[in-house]
Design a protein around this ligand. Structure first.
Ligand SMILES: [Zn+2]
Ligand SMILES: [Zn+2]
Length: 236
């Protein structure tokens, strides 16, 4: 685009850095200074944990790509996505997540994308599901279809962050179910999206539902992972 058009876009659509609130060009997702400051960490591409638990724990998913640690600026950006509807930070991390999935060669063999569901009442109060928002961005960048009718969530499930690791596993088991009429996903590879991975129990139970529906592989795609030991609660 020409420089004049860029200038007009900046005037008409003033854009701000999601982390420091400075004005940024319309086609930027954050300012270069904050981008430099974004925290990084290595996560196991199989279990999705910073401290790999593949030797001791079993998950129903086959792989888990995590873009960034849930700390500092990334954590702020994800909280914005959850509560304030600021989307720039999530868009930026989603671009990285998409690259990560490509580097793990997942999109080539994947058939569709879905997301960890919310209860209907939670969705009504927040207006949208942040996991579905992530799935929509990935669907666009990877060119894969979406299906949000593969996993249902019971409304009795309690808020995950108040529970211990053991309680989370138990709660997750009864929280998710296969809706009566869902698409046939026999033999398909499904990308399952969420905003945060802590113990992996939510993603694992959702993956179990997809496997029960016939999915042959479930690859998780998550914006951020906690660096706390899985037995500690995150309080948000
Ligand atoms: Zn900034
Ligand atoms: Zn692992």
């Amino acid at each position: 685009m020409s420089r004049i058009a860029d200038f007009v876009c900046d005037l008409v659509f003033p854009n701000r850095c999601p982390f420091c609130d400075r004005f940024i060009p319309w086609n930027f997702l954050c300012c270069p200074e904050c981008r430099e400051k974004l925290e990084t960490a290595d996560f196991c591409p199989t279990c999705g944990m910073a401290a790999c638990v593949c030797g001791t724990a079993e998950f129903s998913y086959d792989s888990c790509a995590v873009a960034r640690p849930y700390t500092g600026l990334v954590r702020e950006g994800i909280l914005r996505l959850k509560y304030n509807r600021g989307f720039n930070a999530a868009k930026l991390i989603c671009t990285e997540l998409s690259e990560k999935l490509k580097s793990l060669d997942i999109p080539n063999s994947a058939d569709l994308i879905t997301a960890v569901p919310m209860t209907k009442s939670r969705r009504r109060s927040t207006g949208y599901n942040q996991a579905e928002y992530i799935a929509k961005l990935l669907s666009k960048s990877l060119g894969l279809p979406l299906d949000f009718k593969l996993i249902g969530k019971n409304k009795t499930a309690s808020a995950q962050h108040k529970l211990s690791a053991e309680e989370r596993r138990e709660a997750a088991k009864s929280a998710y179910f296969a809706p009566k009429s869902h698409a046939d996903i026999s033999g398909k590879t499904v990308i399952l999206c969420d905003d945060i991975i802590t113990t992996g129990s939510t993603l694992s139970e959702c993956a179990a539902v997809l496997k029960a529906e016939g999915a042959s592989r479930v690859c998780c795609a998550v914006l951020s992972g906690t660096l706390l030991s899985p037995d500690k609660n995150i309080k948000e």
